[in-house]
Design a binder for this molecule. Sequence first.
Ligand code: SAM
Ligand code: SF4
Length: 334
Amino acid sequence: MIEMIPEILKKDKFSKEDLVTLLSANETDARPIYEMAGRIKKEFVGNKVYFRGLIEYSNYCSKNCYYCGIRAGNSRYARYQMTDDEVLEAAKFAYENKFASIVMQSGERSDHRFIDSVDRLLKEITKLSDGKLHITLSLGEQTEETYRRWFESGAHRYLLRIEVSNPELYKKLHPNDHHHDYENRLAALERLRTAGYQVGTGVMIGLPFQTIEDLADDLIFFRDFDIDMAGMGPYIEHKDTPLFRFRGDLLPLRDRFLLSLKMVALLRIMMKDINIAATTAMQTIDPMGREKALKVGANVIMPNLTPVKYRQNYLLYENQALHRRRSRDLPVLP
Ligand code: SAM
Ligand code: SF4
């Protein structure tokens, strides 16, 4: 395998087979991949790291994805929605500390009250930062009208992970109903693009039933869709979710982390100038995970700006609480 890697890396465009070989490389064999990704990053996006402040706006969710700790069916967490003042305080902090952007993330809701609240906040944040703080949303699937309305009110970037690009695998990870439909998710990504957003997407890595071929297809999906931003990281199990019963079939956490590093590096080689996040899930597994991801191609980190009192109720996966206690994220808002 080691002999094939430098040859594959010389190609202008990787085939699925090439990607499977590269993703299968062990840590020693993968070094040339990391080195090349590091060089490309430096040349095309420079050494600058952008801060995208994460605001976990609400943990109310109408959906029931089988992997996620804040799914509607989990009654363990107290549900919350941050007040307008709390969101504006976090946005002000980001603006005053020269963050490139903020991302408002939450469970998926499409009721009018929620849509209006987000709209109001977008206008306020735009006003307080004189339109200079970029606003990214990660609020799930919405109608074209909602996406357009939020765009006009000041959000110009949107993150919506496809989660997995294999429709059959998607079915295994979600309830099989209209509310959790692969084609709908894909259509939502198209709507975002039509509405004018810079579109970010991503996948989870190391899921039950997922193969290396699936991950190779995910990378090809990103390239074909010509995404502007990516956020991908290891799947980490949560004991209050249906997928937890497959924990015995998972790769060890360390391997999921290393596979995620390879995914980041390969995406940087394939899509030289896009924004790639070093995700929280990577840092949850390895305390230096974020730094390692930056070294092999990522250029965005997402410090958490959510008030501390809400964080124990926004746990998507196990160990997130542990990570949050030892995290050096800035700042600690009350
Ligand atoms: N509700 C919106 C959505 O689903 O697009 C945005 C918030 S959702 C919590 C953000 C991301 O968390 C999802 O896209 C998913 O990839 C990730 N996530 C959920 N459960 C996870 C888990 N157990 N391990 C790793 N990532 C997870
Ligand atoms: Fe809700 Fe998003 Fe979690 Fe799915 S991944 S249950 S939509 S918060």
